[in-house]
Design a protein around this ligand. Sequence first.
Ligand code: CU
Length: 186
Amino acid sequence: MNRSLNVSLIFILLHIFSSAYAHQQVAVENAWVRSAPPGADVLAAYMVLKNESEETRVLSRVSSSRFESVEIHKTEMHEGMMRMIPQDSLPIPAGGSVTLGPGGFHLMLIGPKSAPKEGEEVELLLKFSNGHSQRIKAPVQADKDRGKSTGIISPTSLFCLQEIWTGSLHRRIQCLRLLVIHKRCG
Ligand SMILES: [Cu+2]
């Protein structure tokens, strides 16, 4: 076998192995962090997690050097009120995807060490239960930039607006507070 054939064989084998490996992992698409006013103590990150493997992959931990801590949250309706439930982990079904977006799952970025500005990128480290970890970059963007994909008013905000209009005084105050929080985490 001559030398150039040898080299091309190595490249072909490398390509086969690397693409096979890629399909065992989770692809992260459309990652972004919702911008917040300076001084905000929490921000939210959104993305689509696509599991290209044939086994369930479980997102077990997220961290970022920019923040004190990162939690996986789910926004849920409970007794007529929206609330955020911390999740221990987030399973992504084999061959399926999970969307983190306003009004549903999101990553709660808690305690920014310096206020992330629009246009900056936030680095996040995603750790999966199979030991794999993945570093991603999520640009900081205002909601208006995402109007088309997320809707101008999230379902949560719409629900709250309705409650402010029709609910009791206590409920109205609760909803106003929620709306302020959901400006940041939806
Ligand atoms: Cu949250």
